[in-house]
Design a binder for this molecule. Structure first.
Ligand code: PBG
Length: 328
């Protein structure tokens, strides 16, 4: 008696069989490395809650970019931490500001080999830590913020950004940035829209990474974790406004959203494996509770399988090295 008739295990017997039938693969070109550059540093500074991640000096930032380029990483996303902050985040517009200098340095270093992307948001630059400017009542002023975002987009494009990443979740931000870029003759600068960005507790370690000044939360502009349908609205608005790529963020707790967006979007979809996701795996591994390398690879693979074409991950360079060495 031949029983059972179906034996899916047949294709799981050897590494070669498993490799042959794998439906999803990791490739360095699908990975985007987020990096932090801080003004006034002479040495890189470790970020306690993100073991292995640092705030870079301009010099070490360039080296990190060169290393990523060497390993074939697809993109690099820059975040800047200024020395002085004010109510309107004016350091974000200064061509000599930390982020714009960082973009220029990275662009000089990697040229056209890696897509140079920059965070387009005010939270690192404001003394209150919100992603926009505030009204007299302390409420985030959507439309006043948009004007600054437009100028920021132009400043970043002029510094050399190939793609800007508006992450502030202001209504209409993609349209205003697109218009400002076009008016400045920057038709070729692309926009990676943080389309469905949720108000998440898992951003915690990032707040240390950028020395965030925020008290309170971002619930009046970032999405409510309870909502799924609304993500599709956000994505369709961003596509209407001219987004070249769209993103879902965070990744791991939002894989259902990612799948929905992947099905609905006719442009490339990114997912951001955020600081808290990184920190949880590193912390569990440091305790010996999980196999670090296997968990890292599985986490990023799962995000790709759920529908992300590209993944922002703090492990991008390390994963690219494993892939190059044939370990993945
Ligand atoms: C806002 C921004 C944040 C992150 C990326 N861009 C923080 C926030 O929205 O509070 C979080 C990234 C991470 O946690 O890794 N500029």
């Amino acid at each position: 008696m031949a029983f059972p008739t179906h034996r899916p295990r047949r294709l799981r017997q050897t590494a070669a069989l498993r490799r042959l039938v794998a439906e999803t693969r990791l490739h360095p070109a699908d990975l985007i490395l987020p990096v932090f550059v801080r003004e006034g540093l002479t040495e890189p500074v470790a970020i306690t809650s993100m073991p292995g991640v640092v705030q870079h000096t301009q010099e070490t930032l360039r080296r990190a970019a060169a290393e990523a380029a060497e390993l074939g990483v697809g993109g690099i996303m820059l975040f800047g931490i200024p020395e002085t902050r004010d109510a309107t985040g004016s350091a974000s517009l200064d061509p000599e500001g930390v982020l714009n200098r960082g973009i220029r340095g990275v662009k000089e270093e990697v040229g056209a080999d890696v897509v140079v992307m920059s965070d387009l948001c005010l939270d690192e630059f404001t003394d209150h830590g919100h992603c926009g400017v505030l009204t007299a009542d302390g409420v985030v002023d959507n439309d006043a913020t948009l004007q600054i975002y437009g100028q920021m987009g132009v400043a970043q494009a002029e510094a050399g950004a190939d793609m800007v990443g508006p992450s502030g979740m202001m209504d209409g931000q993609v349209a205003v940035i697109r218009q400002a870029l076009d008016d400045a003759g920057r038709q070729d600068t692309a926009i990676l829209a943080y389309a469905a960005k949720y108000s998440s507790a898992f951003y915690g370690p990032f707040r240390e990474a950028v020395d965030s000044q925020l008290t309170g939360d971002r619930k009046t502009y970032q999405m409510d974790p309870a909502n799924r349908r609304e993500a599709l609205l956000e994505v369709s608005l961003d596509l209407d406004e001219g987004a070249d790529m769209v993103m879902v963020k965070p990744a791991m707790s939002y894989l259902d959203i990612l799948r929905d967006v992947a099905e609905a979007s006719d442009v490339s979809v990114s997912a951001y494996q955020i600081s808290g996701e990184y920190a949880m795996i590193e912390a569990a591994a440091a305790n010996g509770w999980i196999d670090r390398d296997a968990a890292v690879a599985e986490s990023v693979l799962s995000i790709r399988r759920a529908g992300a074409d590209t993944v922002l991950t703090y492990w991008a360079t390390e994963l690219a090295r494993w892939i190059k060495e044939g370990r993945l």
